[in-house]
Design a protein around this ligand. Structure first.
Ligand code: SF4
Ligand code: SF4
Length: 339
């Protein structure tokens, strides 16, 4: 498989302690050998995500962003927004898209999950918009049981600021989020996906609604499963701050673990037989999982996203955790059914 997207956890350090953080209380580490990693990836790779922890805590983040530009990558920097003000000049010059995390359109909702970041994120949005960067901002929202109702107000807020990307990061039940009651119920998932789909239709041409696996909710519904397996963000390598390399951004189990950088070269890791074995297994999920095999939406869904299921059940041989929600969207897309 040709990997096109490299997701780098530049640091595990963060200045917030969000309740739903999938990194949690790991020891503070900074990813080493970043320049070598980027250079090794530049032959085939196209997309880079700079994340953390909080990537703006790294003193050399500007050098790293400049290098990704020189190497011709399309780069997105994921930040909690609290350090944008002191970095705004560098951010407006850098050729990076900026994804800002906000989990409530009002301070109380955001604070319940993220602590005291609301005012700083609001300021960050205004500063980046003033710097003419609104088309390069994404608003990143993680729906949980505490803030699922914020989907609509947040989307409206994004549109009011001219932001064109509403990024929905589905909750990963690891790190600090693991074992909490933040997970959405099936009914909440159905409501959320229907709401997001309606938002995508309402704001078509103005703002895209994107799921964390890289699918565009409106345009990818017809070949959802195929997109998940084939889209650029599906061909992802993640390198944690510790140097551990996984074949997916959103899961860290043994099944997806390729080895540690720089103990093994990036080429060696990308060409590990484990990569093709896993890809072959993923292609079979739609046929092997009985519930999926018998599902009328199988041709669209192909058993959907496996990573959230793996996080929870430690196996990929179960349907997508958003199965019922996917079905609701497919019904609307195919038949215009609204319930
Ligand atoms: S979710 Fe992001 S901002 Fe919040 S503690 Fe974790 S790394 Fe920091
Ligand atoms: S909608 Fe559910 S049952 Fe149907 S293929 Fe997708 S995950 Fe499987």
């Amino acid at each position: 498989m040709d990997f096109t997207h490299l997701y780098l956890e530049l640091t595990s350090a963060c200045n917030l302690s969000c309740r739903h953080c999938c990194i949690g209380n790991e020891p503070r580490r900074e990813l080493q050998h970043v320049a070598e990693l980027l250079e090794s990836f530049s032959e085939k790779g196209k997309y880079i995500t700079l994340s953390g922890g909080e990537p703006l805590l790294r003193k050399d983040w500007v050098d790293i962003a400049e290098l990704t530009e020189r190497l011709g990558f399309t780069t997105t920097l994921f930040t909690n927004g609290t350090l944008v003000e002191e970095n705004v000049e560098a951010l407006s010059k850098a050729q990076v898209k900026v994804a800002l995390s906000l989990d409530g359109a009002d301070e109380a909702h955001n604070q319940a999950l993220r602590g005291p970041s609301y005012k700083k994120v609001m300021k960050a949005v205004d500063l980046l918009v003033e710097a003419g960067k609104e088309k390069e901002i994404a608003l990143s929202f993680t729906p949980t049981s505490l803030n699922v109702d914020q989907a609509e107000p947040l989307a409206r807020f994004a549109v009011s600021k001219g932001i064109e990307h509403f990024h929905v990061s589905l909750l990963e039940m690891r790190g600090r989020a693991g074992g909490t009651d933040l997970e959405l119920s099936d009914d909440e998932k159905v409501w959320l996906m229907k709401t997001l789909y309606e938002l995508a239709r309402t704001y078509e041409g103005v703002m895209n609604v994107e799921l964390s696996e890289g699918t565009d909710l409106l345009y990818d519904t017809w070949n959802f499963g195929k997109k998940i397996m084939e889209n650029p963000l599906g061909k992802t390598l993640k390198v944690t701050a510790e140097g551990k390399v996984f074949t997916s951004t959103f899961v860290e189990g043994d099944l997806f673990f390729l080895g540690t950088y720089p103990d093994r070269s990036l080429d060696e890791l990308m060409n590990s037989p484990k990569v093709e074995e896993l890809a072959a297994s993923l292609r079979k999920r739609g046929e092997v999982i009985i519930q999926c095999r018998e599902c009328i939406f199988n041709p669209l869904c192909c058993a959907g996203i496996c990573t959230l299921a793996y996080d929870k059940h430690k196996t990929i041989w179960v349907p997508d955790e958003y199965c019922k929600a996917n079905q609701a969207i497919f019904e609307i897309a195919l038949c215009g059914v609204k319930k």
